[in-house]
Design a protein around this ligand. Structure first.
Ligand SMILES: O=P(O)(O)OC[C@H]1O[C@@H](O)[C@H](O)[C@@H](O)[C@@H]1O
Length: 467
Protein backbone atom coordinates (compact mmCIF):
# COMPACT_ATOMS: atom_id res chain seq x y z
CA UNK A 1 0.00 0.00 0.00
CA UNK A 2 1.09 3.50 -0.64
CA UNK A 3 2.07 4.74 2.83
CA UNK A 4 2.71 8.47 3.09
CA UNK A 5 5.29 8.11 5.86
CA UNK A 6 7.95 5.48 6.42
CA UNK A 7 7.30 3.03 9.24
CA UNK A 8 10.73 3.86 10.77
CA UNK A 9 9.63 7.39 11.71
CA UNK A 10 8.81 7.47 15.43
CA UNK A 11 5.19 8.48 16.02
CA UNK A 12 3.42 9.38 19.27
CA UNK A 13 0.01 7.74 19.66
CA UNK A 14 -1.95 9.71 22.23
CA UNK A 15 -5.11 7.86 23.28
CA UNK A 16 -7.82 10.04 24.81
CA UNK A 17 -10.15 7.79 26.80
CA UNK A 18 -7.33 5.37 27.55
CA UNK A 19 -9.11 4.01 30.61
CA UNK A 20 -12.07 2.74 28.56
CA UNK A 21 -13.05 -0.66 27.28
CA UNK A 22 -12.35 0.19 23.62
CA UNK A 23 -8.70 1.00 24.38
CA UNK A 24 -8.19 -2.16 26.39
CA UNK A 25 -10.13 -4.58 24.16
CA UNK A 26 -9.42 -3.27 20.66
CA UNK A 27 -6.93 -0.42 20.31
CA UNK A 28 -4.02 -1.74 22.36
CA UNK A 29 -4.35 -5.27 20.90
CA UNK A 30 -4.49 -3.52 17.50
CA UNK A 31 -1.17 -1.77 18.18
CA UNK A 32 0.16 -5.09 19.49
CA UNK A 33 -0.78 -6.96 16.32
CA UNK A 34 0.95 -4.27 14.29
CA UNK A 35 4.12 -4.59 16.39
CA UNK A 36 4.02 -8.34 15.94
CA UNK A 37 4.20 -7.94 12.16
CA UNK A 38 6.46 -4.89 12.19
CA UNK A 39 8.64 -5.30 15.31
CA UNK A 40 10.90 -2.36 14.48
CA UNK A 41 8.03 0.13 14.17
CA UNK A 42 8.63 3.02 16.54
CA UNK A 43 5.51 4.13 18.39
CA UNK A 44 5.21 5.77 21.78
CA UNK A 45 1.79 5.09 23.32
CA UNK A 46 0.59 7.84 25.66
CA UNK A 47 -2.63 7.15 27.56
CA UNK A 48 -4.79 9.96 28.95
CA UNK A 49 -8.02 9.83 30.89
CA UNK A 50 -9.72 11.09 34.02
CA UNK A 51 -8.91 7.95 36.05
CA UNK A 52 -6.00 8.13 38.45
CA UNK A 53 -3.77 5.33 37.19
CA UNK A 54 -0.20 4.83 38.33
CA UNK A 55 2.51 4.18 35.75
CA UNK A 56 2.59 0.56 36.89
CA UNK A 57 -1.18 0.13 36.54
CA UNK A 58 -1.12 1.60 33.04
CA UNK A 59 1.77 -0.56 31.92
CA UNK A 60 -0.03 -3.60 33.28
CA UNK A 61 -3.05 -2.74 31.13
CA UNK A 62 -0.92 -2.37 28.03
CA UNK A 63 0.86 -5.60 28.86
CA UNK A 64 -2.44 -7.45 29.32
CA UNK A 65 -3.75 -6.20 25.99
CA UNK A 66 -0.50 -7.16 24.26
CA UNK A 67 -0.72 -10.64 25.80
CA UNK A 68 -4.01 -11.27 23.96
CA UNK A 69 -2.20 -10.99 20.61
CA UNK A 70 0.47 -12.12 21.81
CA UNK A 71 3.21 -9.58 20.98
CA UNK A 72 6.75 -11.04 20.79
CA UNK A 73 8.96 -10.12 23.75
CA UNK A 74 11.33 -7.65 22.05
CA UNK A 75 8.82 -5.20 20.52
CA UNK A 76 6.56 -5.57 23.59
CA UNK A 77 9.48 -4.65 25.90
CA UNK A 78 10.42 -1.69 23.77
CA UNK A 79 6.81 -0.33 23.61
CA UNK A 80 6.34 -0.87 27.36
CA UNK A 81 9.56 0.96 28.17
CA UNK A 82 8.35 4.05 26.28
CA UNK A 83 4.65 4.13 27.15
CA UNK A 84 3.29 6.54 29.75
CA UNK A 85 -0.03 7.65 31.20
CA UNK A 86 -1.13 11.14 32.18
CA UNK A 87 -4.21 11.67 34.31
CA UNK A 88 -6.15 14.41 32.52
CA UNK A 89 -9.58 15.98 32.66
CA UNK A 90 -10.01 16.15 28.90
CA UNK A 91 -12.60 18.91 29.19
CA UNK A 92 -10.19 21.22 31.03
CA UNK A 93 -8.23 23.42 28.60
CA UNK A 94 -5.21 23.82 30.85
CA UNK A 95 -4.86 20.11 31.52
CA UNK A 96 -5.34 19.33 27.84
CA UNK A 97 -2.70 21.91 26.87
CA UNK A 98 -0.30 20.42 29.39
CA UNK A 99 -0.91 16.94 27.98
CA UNK A 100 -0.20 18.10 24.43
CA UNK A 101 2.85 20.11 25.43
CA UNK A 102 4.43 16.80 26.48
CA UNK A 103 3.80 15.12 23.12
CA UNK A 104 6.01 15.67 20.11
CA UNK A 105 5.03 15.29 16.47
CA UNK A 106 4.31 13.40 14.36
CA UNK A 107 1.40 12.91 16.73
CA UNK A 108 -1.78 10.88 16.34
CA UNK A 109 -4.52 11.94 18.75
CA UNK A 110 -6.90 8.98 18.99
CA UNK A 111 -10.32 9.90 20.34
CA UNK A 112 -11.54 6.71 22.05
CA UNK A 113 -14.47 8.74 23.35
CA UNK A 114 -18.21 9.13 22.71
CA UNK A 115 -18.87 11.53 19.79
CA UNK A 116 -20.29 14.30 21.97
CA UNK A 117 -17.18 14.32 24.18
CA UNK A 118 -14.85 14.15 21.17
CA UNK A 119 -16.58 17.20 19.77
CA UNK A 120 -16.15 19.15 23.02
CA UNK A 121 -12.47 18.23 23.21
CA UNK A 122 -12.00 19.41 19.61
CA UNK A 123 -13.51 22.77 20.50
CA UNK A 124 -10.94 23.13 23.29
CA UNK A 125 -8.11 22.13 20.96
CA UNK A 126 -8.77 25.25 18.88
CA UNK A 127 -7.05 27.29 21.62
CA UNK A 128 -4.07 24.98 21.96
CA UNK A 129 -0.98 24.80 19.77
CA UNK A 130 -0.79 21.36 18.25
CA UNK A 131 2.60 19.78 17.47
CA UNK A 132 3.69 19.69 13.82
CA UNK A 133 2.10 16.94 11.83
CA UNK A 134 -0.79 16.23 14.19
CA UNK A 135 -3.37 13.74 12.94
CA UNK A 136 -6.78 13.10 14.47
CA UNK A 137 -8.31 9.61 14.61
CA UNK A 138 -11.97 9.34 15.54
CA UNK A 139 -14.14 6.38 16.43
CA UNK A 140 -17.59 5.75 15.06
CA UNK A 141 -20.33 6.86 15.26
CA UNK A 142 -19.10 10.08 13.68
CA UNK A 143 -21.73 12.56 14.90
CA UNK A 144 -25.36 11.63 15.49
CA UNK A 145 -27.03 12.75 12.24
CA UNK A 146 -26.10 14.53 9.02
CA UNK A 147 -26.26 17.96 10.59
CA UNK A 148 -24.05 17.12 13.56
CA UNK A 149 -21.60 15.24 11.31
CA UNK A 150 -21.32 18.38 9.14
CA UNK A 151 -20.75 20.58 12.20
CA UNK A 152 -18.16 18.10 13.48
CA UNK A 153 -16.37 18.10 10.12
CA UNK A 154 -16.24 21.91 10.11
CA UNK A 155 -14.84 21.85 13.65
CA UNK A 156 -12.13 19.35 12.72
CA UNK A 157 -11.14 21.34 9.63
CA UNK A 158 -10.34 24.28 11.92
CA UNK A 159 -7.67 22.09 13.50
CA UNK A 160 -6.07 20.11 10.69
CA UNK A 161 -6.59 19.49 6.96
CA UNK A 162 -8.89 16.66 5.81
CA UNK A 163 -6.01 14.34 4.95
CA UNK A 164 -4.92 14.52 8.60
CA UNK A 165 -8.34 13.28 9.79
CA UNK A 166 -8.94 9.54 10.12
CA UNK A 167 -12.53 8.49 10.74
CA UNK A 168 -11.91 4.96 11.82
CA UNK A 169 -14.09 2.08 10.69
CA UNK A 170 -12.39 -1.17 11.62
CA UNK A 171 -14.40 -3.06 8.96
CA UNK A 172 -12.25 -1.31 6.37
CA UNK A 173 -9.25 -2.98 8.01
CA UNK A 174 -10.76 -6.44 7.68
CA UNK A 175 -8.87 -8.62 5.24
CA UNK A 176 -12.21 -9.97 3.97
CA UNK A 177 -13.43 -6.49 3.03
CA UNK A 178 -10.08 -5.54 1.49
CA UNK A 179 -10.21 -8.81 -0.43
CA UNK A 180 -13.30 -7.51 -2.21
CA UNK A 181 -11.10 -5.05 -4.08
CA UNK A 182 -8.84 -7.79 -5.43
CA UNK A 183 -11.72 -10.16 -6.07
CA UNK A 184 -13.64 -7.58 -8.03
CA UNK A 185 -10.93 -5.96 -10.05
CA UNK A 186 -8.49 -8.80 -10.68
CA UNK A 187 -10.98 -11.29 -12.09
CA UNK A 188 -12.00 -11.05 -15.70
CA UNK A 189 -14.90 -13.41 -15.06
CA UNK A 190 -16.57 -10.98 -12.64
CA UNK A 191 -16.12 -7.82 -14.71
CA UNK A 192 -19.03 -8.15 -17.16
CA UNK A 193 -21.51 -9.51 -14.61
CA UNK A 194 -20.95 -7.00 -11.79
CA UNK A 195 -24.04 -4.89 -12.34
CA UNK A 196 -27.83 -4.81 -12.02
CA UNK A 197 -28.01 -6.35 -15.47
CA UNK A 198 -26.87 -9.68 -14.01
CA UNK A 199 -27.26 -9.29 -10.25
CA UNK A 200 -30.82 -9.28 -8.97
CA UNK A 201 -30.23 -8.29 -5.36
CA UNK A 202 -27.48 -8.03 -2.77
CA UNK A 203 -27.53 -8.66 0.97
CA UNK A 204 -24.97 -7.37 3.43
CA UNK A 205 -25.63 -9.16 6.69
CA UNK A 206 -23.90 -9.08 10.06
CA UNK A 207 -25.99 -11.17 12.45
CA UNK A 208 -24.20 -11.74 15.75
CA UNK A 209 -24.86 -14.24 18.50
CA UNK A 210 -23.34 -11.79 21.00
CA UNK A 211 -25.93 -9.98 23.10
CA UNK A 212 -25.30 -6.74 24.97
CA UNK A 213 -22.10 -7.93 26.69
CA UNK A 214 -22.25 -5.18 29.33
CA UNK A 215 -22.19 -2.34 26.77
CA UNK A 216 -25.52 -0.72 27.68
CA UNK A 217 -23.84 2.66 28.30
CA UNK A 218 -22.98 2.91 24.62
CA UNK A 219 -25.35 0.55 22.83
CA UNK A 220 -28.60 1.65 24.46
CA UNK A 221 -28.10 5.09 22.89
CA UNK A 222 -26.79 3.78 19.58
CA UNK A 223 -28.91 0.75 18.62
CA UNK A 224 -28.20 -1.60 15.71
CA UNK A 225 -28.77 0.95 12.97
CA UNK A 226 -26.21 3.48 14.21
CA UNK A 227 -23.86 0.82 15.57
CA UNK A 228 -23.61 -1.25 12.40
CA UNK A 229 -25.65 -0.20 9.36
CA UNK A 230 -24.91 3.53 9.23
CA UNK A 231 -21.20 2.84 9.61
CA UNK A 232 -19.74 -0.60 8.84
CA UNK A 233 -22.33 -1.98 6.43
CA UNK A 234 -22.53 1.17 4.30
CA UNK A 235 -18.74 1.11 4.02
CA UNK A 236 -18.91 -2.47 2.74
CA UNK A 237 -21.59 -1.36 0.27
CA UNK A 238 -19.21 1.38 -0.91
CA UNK A 239 -16.43 -1.13 -1.66
CA UNK A 240 -18.80 -3.70 -3.18
CA UNK A 241 -20.46 -1.26 -5.55
CA UNK A 242 -17.68 1.20 -6.46
CA UNK A 243 -16.48 1.77 -10.00
CA UNK A 244 -13.11 0.52 -11.12
CA UNK A 245 -10.13 2.22 -9.49
CA UNK A 246 -6.99 3.43 -11.24
CA UNK A 247 -4.73 2.47 -8.32
CA UNK A 248 -4.83 1.70 -4.62
CA UNK A 249 -4.25 5.27 -3.53
CA UNK A 250 -6.42 6.72 -0.78
CA UNK A 251 -7.77 9.43 -3.05
CA UNK A 252 -8.89 6.99 -5.70
CA UNK A 253 -10.60 4.56 -3.33
CA UNK A 254 -12.17 7.37 -1.29
CA UNK A 255 -13.49 9.08 -4.45
CA UNK A 256 -15.13 5.93 -5.74
CA UNK A 257 -16.63 4.96 -2.39
CA UNK A 258 -17.98 8.49 -1.93
CA UNK A 259 -19.61 8.37 -5.37
CA UNK A 260 -21.50 5.21 -4.41
CA UNK A 261 -22.67 6.67 -1.10
CA UNK A 262 -23.75 9.91 -2.78
CA UNK A 263 -25.89 7.80 -5.13
CA UNK A 264 -27.48 5.72 -2.38
CA UNK A 265 -31.08 6.26 -1.23
CA UNK A 266 -33.69 4.32 0.67
CA UNK A 267 -35.38 1.73 -1.50
CA UNK A 268 -38.63 3.21 -2.74
CA UNK A 269 -37.68 6.45 -0.99
CA UNK A 270 -39.73 5.70 2.09
CA UNK A 271 -38.44 4.56 5.50
CA UNK A 272 -41.73 2.82 6.16
CA UNK A 273 -41.30 0.59 3.14
CA UNK A 274 -37.59 0.08 3.37
CA UNK A 275 -36.81 -0.36 7.08
CA UNK A 276 -37.58 -2.80 9.87
CA UNK A 277 -36.56 -2.83 13.51
CA UNK A 278 -36.85 -5.35 16.32
CA UNK A 279 -35.64 -6.05 19.83
CA UNK A 280 -34.81 -9.38 21.43
CA UNK A 281 -36.90 -10.94 24.15
CA UNK A 282 -35.58 -13.57 26.59
CA UNK A 283 -34.12 -16.69 25.07
CA UNK A 284 -31.18 -19.03 24.98
CA UNK A 285 -28.13 -19.35 22.74
CA UNK A 286 -26.33 -22.63 23.29
CA UNK A 287 -25.97 -22.75 27.04
CA UNK A 288 -26.25 -18.99 27.51
CA UNK A 289 -29.53 -17.78 28.95
CA UNK A 290 -30.16 -14.28 27.60
CA UNK A 291 -32.57 -11.92 29.38
CA UNK A 292 -34.93 -9.74 27.36
CA UNK A 293 -33.03 -6.68 26.08
CA UNK A 294 -35.21 -4.41 28.21
CA UNK A 295 -34.10 -6.31 31.31
CA UNK A 296 -30.38 -6.15 30.53
CA UNK A 297 -28.34 -4.20 33.10
CA UNK A 298 -28.18 -0.47 32.33
CA UNK A 299 -30.90 -0.46 29.65
CA UNK A 300 -33.58 2.23 29.72
CA UNK A 301 -36.68 0.54 28.19
CA UNK A 302 -38.24 3.93 27.39
CA UNK A 303 -35.50 4.51 24.77
CA UNK A 304 -36.97 1.94 22.37
CA UNK A 305 -33.51 0.81 21.23
CA UNK A 306 -33.53 -1.72 18.39
CA UNK A 307 -31.19 -4.71 18.59
CA UNK A 308 -31.88 -5.81 15.00
CA UNK A 309 -32.19 -3.47 12.04
CA UNK A 310 -32.80 -4.08 8.36
CA UNK A 311 -32.78 -1.36 5.73
CA UNK A 312 -33.05 -1.68 1.95
CA UNK A 313 -31.31 0.86 -0.21
CA UNK A 314 -30.80 1.51 -3.89
CA UNK A 315 -27.60 2.76 -5.50
CA UNK A 316 -29.03 5.07 -8.11
CA UNK A 317 -26.35 5.03 -10.77
CA UNK A 318 -25.97 3.46 -14.16
CA UNK A 319 -24.52 0.23 -12.82
CA UNK A 320 -26.91 -0.52 -9.96
CA UNK A 321 -30.22 1.33 -10.34
CA UNK A 322 -33.27 -0.90 -9.94
CA UNK A 323 -31.98 -3.57 -7.54
CA UNK A 324 -32.23 -3.63 -3.74
CA UNK A 325 -29.24 -3.84 -1.41
CA UNK A 326 -30.43 -5.15 1.96
CA UNK A 327 -28.35 -4.18 4.98
CA UNK A 328 -29.08 -6.08 8.16
CA UNK A 329 -27.42 -6.55 11.52
CA UNK A 330 -28.49 -7.61 14.95
CA UNK A 331 -27.53 -9.04 18.30
CA UNK A 332 -28.48 -12.25 20.14
CA UNK A 333 -29.32 -14.17 16.98
CA UNK A 334 -29.14 -17.94 17.05
CA UNK A 335 -27.31 -18.36 13.74
CA UNK A 336 -24.46 -15.88 13.39
CA UNK A 337 -24.11 -14.93 9.72
CA UNK A 338 -21.62 -12.37 8.51
CA UNK A 339 -21.89 -12.36 4.76
CA UNK A 340 -22.27 -10.39 1.59
CA UNK A 341 -24.42 -12.31 -0.88
CA UNK A 342 -24.97 -11.38 -4.51
CA UNK A 343 -27.89 -13.21 -6.12
CA UNK A 344 -27.62 -13.52 -9.88
CA UNK A 345 -30.57 -13.33 -12.24
CA UNK A 346 -31.91 -16.60 -13.71
CA UNK A 347 -30.67 -17.63 -17.16
CA UNK A 348 -32.84 -16.11 -19.94
CA UNK A 349 -33.87 -19.60 -21.03
CA UNK A 350 -33.49 -23.04 -19.46
CA UNK A 351 -33.78 -25.81 -22.07
CA UNK A 352 -36.92 -27.90 -21.74
CA UNK A 353 -36.43 -31.34 -20.34
CA UNK A 354 -34.67 -30.72 -17.02
CA UNK A 355 -36.48 -32.32 -14.10
CA UNK A 356 -36.51 -29.12 -12.05
CA UNK A 357 -35.80 -25.42 -12.39
CA UNK A 358 -32.49 -23.78 -11.60
CA UNK A 359 -32.14 -21.69 -8.44
CA UNK A 360 -30.23 -18.42 -8.90
CA UNK A 361 -26.43 -18.54 -8.82
CA UNK A 362 -24.92 -16.83 -5.80
CA UNK A 363 -21.60 -15.33 -4.84
CA UNK A 364 -21.17 -15.45 -1.08
CA UNK A 365 -18.44 -13.54 0.70
CA UNK A 366 -18.05 -14.73 4.28
CA UNK A 367 -16.72 -11.83 6.32
CA UNK A 368 -15.77 -13.79 9.43
CA UNK A 369 -14.14 -16.24 9.11
CA UNK A 370 -13.20 -15.30 5.58
CA UNK A 371 -14.25 -17.35 2.55
CA UNK A 372 -15.58 -16.82 -0.94
CA UNK A 373 -18.10 -19.26 -2.44
CA UNK A 374 -19.77 -19.53 -5.77
CA UNK A 375 -23.04 -21.39 -5.55
CA UNK A 376 -23.74 -22.77 -9.03
CA UNK A 377 -26.35 -25.04 -10.52
CA UNK A 378 -25.07 -28.31 -11.96
CA UNK A 379 -26.09 -31.89 -12.45
CA UNK A 380 -27.08 -33.72 -9.34
CA UNK A 381 -25.91 -37.22 -8.55
CA UNK A 382 -27.99 -39.80 -10.38
CA UNK A 383 -30.11 -38.43 -13.18
CA UNK A 384 -28.05 -36.09 -15.41
CA UNK A 385 -31.23 -34.15 -16.11
CA UNK A 386 -31.74 -33.32 -12.46
CA UNK A 387 -30.18 -30.04 -11.33
CA UNK A 388 -28.95 -29.04 -7.91
CA UNK A 389 -26.88 -26.27 -6.42
CA UNK A 390 -23.30 -26.93 -5.42
CA UNK A 391 -20.85 -24.70 -3.67
CA UNK A 392 -17.30 -23.98 -4.85
CA UNK A 393 -15.64 -22.55 -1.78
CA UNK A 394 -12.23 -20.99 -1.11
CA UNK A 395 -11.24 -20.25 2.47
CA UNK A 396 -9.38 -16.97 2.85
CA UNK A 397 -6.21 -16.89 4.91
CA UNK A 398 -6.83 -14.85 8.07
CA UNK A 399 -5.56 -11.26 7.96
CA UNK A 400 -1.92 -10.92 9.00
CA UNK A 401 -3.00 -8.56 11.76
CA UNK A 402 -6.19 -7.57 13.59
CA UNK A 403 -8.48 -5.12 11.72
CA UNK A 404 -7.58 -2.43 14.27
CA UNK A 405 -3.89 -3.09 13.61
CA UNK A 406 -4.45 -2.68 9.88
CA UNK A 407 -6.33 0.59 10.36
CA UNK A 408 -3.83 1.94 12.92
CA UNK A 409 -0.94 1.20 10.60
CA UNK A 410 -2.48 3.50 8.01
CA UNK A 411 -3.12 6.20 10.62
CA UNK A 412 0.46 6.00 11.92
CA UNK A 413 1.77 6.13 8.34
CA UNK A 414 -0.49 9.07 7.47
CA UNK A 415 -2.29 7.15 4.72
CA UNK A 416 -6.07 7.68 4.45
CA UNK A 417 -6.78 4.57 2.42
CA UNK A 418 -8.75 2.81 5.15
CA UNK A 419 -10.49 5.76 6.77
CA UNK A 420 -13.84 7.35 6.02
CA UNK A 421 -13.64 10.74 4.32
CA UNK A 422 -15.72 13.61 5.73
CA UNK A 423 -18.16 13.86 2.82
CA UNK A 424 -18.75 10.09 2.88
CA UNK A 425 -19.49 10.22 6.63
CA UNK A 426 -22.12 12.89 5.94
CA UNK A 427 -23.62 10.83 3.09
CA UNK A 428 -24.02 7.83 5.41
CA UNK A 429 -26.13 9.95 7.76
CA UNK A 430 -28.05 11.48 4.86
CA UNK A 431 -29.06 7.95 3.82
CA UNK A 432 -30.12 6.83 7.30
CA UNK A 433 -31.51 10.05 8.86
CA UNK A 434 -35.05 9.53 7.43
CA UNK A 435 -35.14 6.05 8.99
CA UNK A 436 -34.09 7.35 12.38
CA UNK A 437 -36.72 10.09 12.18
CA UNK A 438 -39.47 7.65 11.17
CA UNK A 439 -38.52 5.28 13.98
CA UNK A 440 -38.49 8.09 16.50
CA UNK A 441 -41.96 9.13 15.39
CA UNK A 442 -43.16 5.52 15.79
CA UNK A 443 -43.98 5.17 12.08
CA UNK A 444 -42.26 1.76 11.87
CA UNK A 445 -43.36 -0.81 14.48
CA UNK A 446 -40.85 -2.31 16.89
CA UNK A 447 -41.04 -6.07 16.38
CA UNK A 448 -39.78 -8.77 18.75
CA UNK A 449 -37.69 -11.93 18.36
CA UNK A 450 -36.58 -14.41 21.00
CA UNK A 451 -32.82 -14.38 21.66
CA UNK A 452 -31.39 -17.42 19.90
CA UNK A 453 -33.86 -17.29 16.99
CA UNK A 454 -33.12 -16.12 13.42
CA UNK A 455 -35.08 -12.91 13.98
CA UNK A 456 -38.69 -12.04 13.15
CA UNK A 457 -40.29 -14.08 10.36
CA UNK A 458 -40.52 -12.70 6.85
CA UNK A 459 -37.76 -10.09 6.99
CA UNK A 460 -35.48 -11.63 4.38
CA UNK A 461 -36.62 -13.70 1.40
CA UNK A 462 -36.74 -17.38 2.39
CA UNK A 463 -33.77 -18.48 0.29
CA UNK A 464 -31.56 -16.06 2.21
CA UNK A 465 -32.03 -18.00 5.40
CA UNK A 466 -30.88 -21.32 3.97
CA UNK A 467 -27.20 -20.95 4.89
O1 LIG B 1 -16.99 -8.73 14.61
P1 LIG B 1 -16.29 -7.51 15.10
O2 LIG B 1 -15.04 -7.18 14.39
O3 LIG B 1 -16.13 -7.53 16.60
O4 LIG B 1 -17.24 -6.29 14.76
C1 LIG B 1 -18.54 -6.24 15.26
C2 LIG B 1 -18.62 -5.16 16.33
O5 LIG B 1 -18.36 -3.91 15.70
C3 LIG B 1 -18.40 -2.80 16.58
O6 LIG B 1 -18.07 -1.64 15.88
C4 LIG B 1 -19.78 -2.70 17.16
O7 LIG B 1 -19.83 -1.60 18.06
C5 LIG B 1 -20.16 -3.98 17.90
O8 LIG B 1 -21.49 -3.91 18.40
C6 LIG B 1 -20.01 -5.17 16.98
O9 LIG B 1 -20.18 -6.34 17.76
Amino acid sequence: MLGAMAAETPVTLLILGAGGDLTHRLLLPGVGSLLKIEPSRKVQIVGADRADLTATQWKKRVEESFATVPVPARPARSALAKTRYQQTDLLDTEQLADLLAGCSGPLVIYFALPPAVSMKVCRLLEDIDLPDDTRLALEKPFGGDEKSARTFNAQLHKLVPEDHIFRVDHFLGRSTVLNLIGLRFANRILQPIWSAEHIERVEIIYDEDLALEGRAGYYDRAGALRDMLQSHLLQILGVFAMESIADLSAQEVQDQKAQVLRSTYLWGGSPKRSSKRARYTAGQIGRRKIPAYTREKGVDPSRETETLAQVQVEVRNNRWAGIPFTLRSGKALGTPRKQVIAYFRPVPHLPNGFDNTAAPDKLIIDLKPGAVSFVLTMNAEGSPMDLEQKELRAELAPGWMLPYGEVLREVLDGDNLLSVRGDAAESCWRIMDPVLKAWKAGRVPMEAYPAGSTGPKGWLPDDSLVR
